[in-house]
Write a protein that binds this ligand. Structure first.
Ligand SMILES: [Zn+2]
Length: 194
């Protein structure tokens, strides 16, 4: 099986996963989830993609720029609007709020993203080389595996790791309804011991 991220034919890491499909239904009573188990699949990732994912985490400038660009644009638009409104006192009062609000959302969004990216780097830096490579390979899977099945969101449960947890812990970790998490646990157990 080729590398999930780049189609290289010599992958280094292999992950067996069980899919869970989640449909969000919004009706008059609010939002509820409908979940079902999907297929079991195998995803493989090559050494080059793992190294490039690790570089992106340890030298995060590029990732920070990419993930924060929307917030920075919002911030600049907010500053522009605030300036325009302050130079044109006849403009509507409602507009006076939008500029500072956009600046606030832009700043807090940027700070949140930067923190998230740096936290990921700290976690990886605390691991052994081998663990860090495996964890980066799993990040490649999460980044490049399909995220939707029709209208359903797909969650991937890593089969080889899942039995470290009880069905209740799996439910919390992967946002599963408890009947689904018990069913997933059984399917994973039979996959491992069959
Ligand atoms: Zn690859």
């Amino acid at each position: 099986m080729p590398c999930l991220s780049c189609n290289n034919s010599q992958p280094e890491y292999s992950f067996r996963v069980l899919e869970v499909h989640t449909l969000h239904i919004r009706d008059f009573s609010g939002e509820r989830l409908v979940q079902a188990l999907g297929e079991t699949r195998t995803f493989e990732v090559c050494a080059a993609c793992v190294s490039s994912e690790m570089r992106a985490v340890f030298y995060p400038a590029g990732r920070i720029l990419r993930k924060c660009s929307g917030f920075v644009m919002l911030l600049l638009a907010g500053l522009g609007l605030t300036l325009t409104v302050s130079l044109n006192p006849e403009m509507m009062n409602a507009l006076r709020l939008i500029g500072p609000l956009a600046v606030f959302v832009g700043v807090s969004g940027t700070i949140g993203k930067v923190r998230e990216i740096l936290a990921q780097r700290k976690v990886l830096a605390g691991m052994s080389e081998q663990e860090a490579r495996k964890s980066s390979a799993w990040q490649c899977v999460l980044k490049d595996a399909p995220k939707k099945y029709n209208d359903n969101d797909i969650t991937y449960l890593p089969i080889d790791d899942a039995l470290k947890f009880t069905p209740e812990e799996l439910a919390v970790k992967y946002c599963l309804l408890s009947p689904i998490s018990r069913k997933a646990y059984e399917v994973i157990r039979s996959n491992i011991y069959e």
